[in-house]
Design a protein around this ligand. Structure first.
Ligand code: B3K
Ligand code: ZN
Length: 859
């Protein structure tokens, strides 16, 4: 496969100061007339990108070009001889209705919408479709007025009016130069939830959230989240919004979460629409965080954009960091941290340990769509967080302001970004930047030695990053480890050079020894390390069960308390896997239960203490991995855990759910613990448990609990389960977002046959990514025991869906294919089946995006 290389970057030879786009919207034949003012700034050819366009006319400075004046080949239009300054006009026709890839201009529910990142704009018109070409966009849209009463694009509205033949037009102007990937257009009939915001500079901003007819009130939470985001970015980073209008449009057919187009964010409707009866707390939380994320891109991504797609983490890692901070400030910081790390370990650590591993800033890629990964996003965010620990909050904040001041309006690089923190901190960050170039999760080993006579603790820390594809040798990276000395009584022990018993140890060599001197006669302290998960590494310590339990009791960092129990649970699950006859360790189980009780006053945190590491995470530590064995060992531990908490489950669930419903963090915390108890009820697996779940299901007053009951009932065959599946469907059949959940809970816990049956359900829709994911991703990414079953049936059902999806939507198919990424770690039968399926797909021939994943996975 052809690959693009970072080292091959060359700047574009021309600047295009402004462009006018004129759209005449028709479902199957939309006319796009483009007029750009071009100026040569360096030597080089004039080449534009264009894909699937029918060229009607092309002229330079008003003179039509002859066919011999230009060349169209390989999705590029090249004009050999151009003046140094000229106006290029093109006229093309596109077919939005036939656009099932959902990239470029397409139709969803009869309305037009667009998705241009990364390379969708070239499917709209000829243009240098690369992020370092920034231009001022003027847009005119005309369309049938009755069908498309609302016409939206970036920036602020200009002229609008009626046209003959029942048509009308609207103009939009975006004064901020932007790359083409931030262009957006939406047209159709919507209901709007409107509000406004006054910036810290006193500027008025009109806000609108555009949704399906009759659903405006379901946009309220998205609007509240938007206003909160605007305020937070002002307070935390001093960044105000810079246009008089900010719109969000909800679209049912969308390839991912949302898109930060300048002034016109387009969202997957799953991350906009929410009502108390139909959305879970997780939905409310996700909406808040994604609305924040896209809004924060206005500064980190839009005003300062990326020079090329290798710098994707410059906007994504940084913006994920910003949205994580936003959620931490609005909700609970430790709870947010734990959730972020769970996600990182489940998705990014897995990616980093498999054939698709790549650096946060890769040196080459085959298909840009496949670079929107957990590594670029989540590890990218962790690196910013690690930077804050390394240089301190003050230098970090100062560096961010330097970045905003110096790079506003530019297309930048990671080097540019880091130069700001070098200035702010006075530190050389070149070694830190290695983090961006090396794939793989570093492993840190900590060895402690206590010298009683000297009251001295010696820490020997070492690091090692395992080899990853095309990167055998790794260099040491600077790993900032927050550390504390615990006294075992809930406090810290003072040591020379540590503040209040805390410090940051920077492990920047392969091995480092740290001497900790305590006052004479001190008792040996317990070491708390990588507090708050200050660095994205795996920590190996020589602690047995008793040691970990003691540490958990002494810990003062909530993240580490949770993590101690994760380690304990993991070790126990592995033991249960190896000793199928042996019961779960009572003492451990009761310590886990005690921890839940002890933290009940912080219910969101207590709920997290009930979550055992999932199979995907477990099998990263077990090669060859036996997902079914791990799943059943995990279930045995979970059952014992539920039995230990039986009294608490009843007590907690007997209390009424908070009313009236509010999506607040406080109420969500209460419901999270209730949801956890519902989950544990299911783990008991008894007929009584099933009937309790059913009656709780019948009376649940909110989606969080209703769905938790349904989820818990799925693995418990019987009447209660079947009725719950049916009632839920009947109640929600007209709400596609809820029906997505209905598919997902079943696929997420069923067999391959269930997944096949669901994919044949009349409501299954291959052209809707949410629905496809609700079966295929729920099955292949969250139900590993069934997906990787040794009979290979799970692999087959997913391969079939992928093959069908790929014909319509390559980006979707490629994403689903990543579920095979761990195949080499599997036990021999599943491994062989995965290999056969991947090879079959490869031979059958797939899209470029899908092929890129298959080839790398098999490599
Ligand atoms: N920037 C978009 C993602 C675009 C994905 C293109 N394949 C959403 C986001 O990260 O905010
Ligand atoms: Zn983003």
């Amino acid at each position: 496969p052809v690959s693009v290389k970072l080292e091959d970057y060359t700047p574009y030879p021309f600047e295009i100061d402004s462009v006018s786009l004129d759209f005449s919207l028709e479902l199957e034949a939309t006319r796009v007339r483009t007029k750009m003012s071009v100026r040569r700034v360096r030597p080089g050819e004039f080449v534009l990108d264009g894909e699937g366009l029918t060229l009607n006319d092309i002229s330079i400075d008003g003179s039509p070009l002859q066919v011999s004046d230009y060349k169209i080949a390989d999705n590029k239009l090249t004009i050999a001889d151009v003046p140094d300054t000229f106006t290029l006009e093109t006229d093309v026709t596109i077919n939005p209705k036939a656009n099932t890839a959902l990239s470029g201009l397409y139709v969803s529910a009869g309305r037009f919408c667009s998705q241009c990142e990364a390379t969708g704009f070239r499917r709209i018109t000829y243009w240098p479709d690369r992020p370092d070409v920034m231009s001022r966009f003027h847009v005119r849209i005309d369309a049938d007025k009755a069908t498309y009463p609302i016409l939206l694009s970036n920036g602020t509205p200009g002229k609008a009016g009626d046209l003959p033949g029942g048509r009308h037009f609207a103009e939009w102007d975006d004064p901020h130069p932007k790359p083409s990937y931030l262009f957006a257009l939406c047209a159709g009939d919507y209901d709007v939830w409107r509000d406004s915001f006054t910036t810290m500079n006193g500027d008025h901003v009109d806000l609108g959230v555009y949704v399906d007819k009759g659903q405006a009130d379901r946009a309220e939470w998205a609007m509240e989240s938007l206003k909160a985001s605007m305020k937070w970015d002002e307070e935390r980073f001093g960044r105000a919004y810079d246009l008089g209008v900010f719109n969000i449009v909800a679209v049912r057919d969308f390839n991912f979460g949302a898109m930060e187009n300048k002034g016109l964010n387009i969202f997957n409707s799953a991350y906009v629409l929410a009502s108390p009866d139909s959305a879970t707390d997780a939905d409310f939380e996700a909406i808040e965080s994604i609305v924040g994320h896209e809004y924060f891109h206005n500064w980190t991504g839009n005003r300062i954009t990326c020079r090329d797609w290798f710098q994707l983490c410059l906007k994504e890692g940084l913006t994920v960091f910003r949205d994580q901070e936003f959620s931490s400030d609005l909700r609970s910081r430790p709870v947010q941290r734990i959730k972020d790390v769970m996600r990182l370990r489940a998705r990014q650590f897995a990616e980093d340990g498999g054939p698709l591993a790549h650096p946060v800033r890769p040196q080459a890629y085959g298909s840009i769509d496949n670079l929107y990964t957990a590594t670029v996003y989540e590890k990218g965010a962790e690196l910013i967080r690690a930077l804050t620990v390394l240089i301190g909050d003050d230098a970090f904040n100062k560096g961010m302001q330097i970045y905003f001041d110096e790079y506003d309006g530019t297309a930048s690089t990671i080097e540019d970004f880091y130069s700001c923190f070098e200035k702010a901190s006075g530190k050389d960050l070149s070694q830190f930047r290695l983090w961006y170039a090396q794939a793989g999760t570093p492993e840190v080993t900590v060895v402690e030695e206590w010298d009683e006579a000297k009251s001295e603790l010696t820490l020997t820390l070492s690091q090692k990053t395992p080899p990853t594809p095309k990167q055998d040798k790794k260099k040491p990276v600077p790993i900032p480890l927050r550390a504390a000395l615990l006294d075992g009584k809930g406090g810290h022990v003072e040591a020379e050079g540590w503040q209040d018993g805390e410090t940051v140890i920077v492990l920047d060599k392969a091995e480092k020894t740290v001497k900790v001197n305590l006052s004479k006669g001190s008792a040996r302290p317990l070491l708390s390390i990588n507090r708050e998960f200050s660095a994205p590494v795996r920590v190996r310590r020589d602690l047995d069960k008793a040691g970990l339990l003691k540490l958990a009791a002494a810990e003062t960092d909530p993240f580490n308390i949770w993590d101690c129990f994760q380690s304990l649970a993991k070790t126990e699950i592995f033991r249960l896997l190896d000793e199928p006859q042996s019961p779960p360790d009572d003492a451990l189980v009761s310590a886990m239960a005690d921890a839940v009780r002890l933290n009940e006053s912080d219910p969101a945190f207590a709920a997290l203490l009930t979550v055992l590491p999932d199979v995907g995470e477990l099998f990263q530590d077990r090669e060859p991995a036996d997902p079914a064995g791990l799943d059943s060992a995990r279930k045995r531990l979970r059952k014992a855990f539920a039995e230990a908490l039986a009294g608490d489950i009843t007590r907690i669930l007997e209390q009424p759910s908070p009313t009236p419903f509010k999506p607040s963090a406080e109420q969500a915390g209460t419901r999270a613990l209730r949801g956890a108890m519902i989950g544990l009820t299911g783990a008991l697996g008894t007929p009584e448990a099933a009937s309790q779940l059913k009656s709780h299901f019948d009376s649940a007053s909110n989606m969080t609990e209703s769905l938790a009951c349904l989820r818990s009932l799925i693995p418990l065959p019987g009447k209660a389960r079947d009725e719950a599946i049916e009632t839920f469907y009947a109640r929600w059949k007209d709400n596609p977002l809820v029906i997505d959940k209905w598919f997902a809970v079943q696929a997420g816990q069923g067999t391959a046959e269930d997944a096949r049956r669901l994919s044949e359900h009349p409501d299954f829709d291959m052209s809707n990514p949410n629905r496809v994911r609700s079966v295929a991703a729920a099955f292949s990414m969250t139900n590993l025991a069934a997906f990787h079953a040794p009979d290979g049936k799970g692999h087959e059902v997913i391969a079939d869906i992928i093959q069908r999806a790929d014909k319509l939507n390559p980006a979707l198919a490629a994403r689903l294919l990543t579920s095979f990424e761990q195949w080499k770690k599997l036990e021999p039968k599943a491994r062989a089946s995965a290999k056969t399926v991947l090879e079959r797909l490869q031979e059958a021939g797939l899209s470029k995006n899908a092929m890129d994943i298959v080839t790398r996975a098999l490599d």
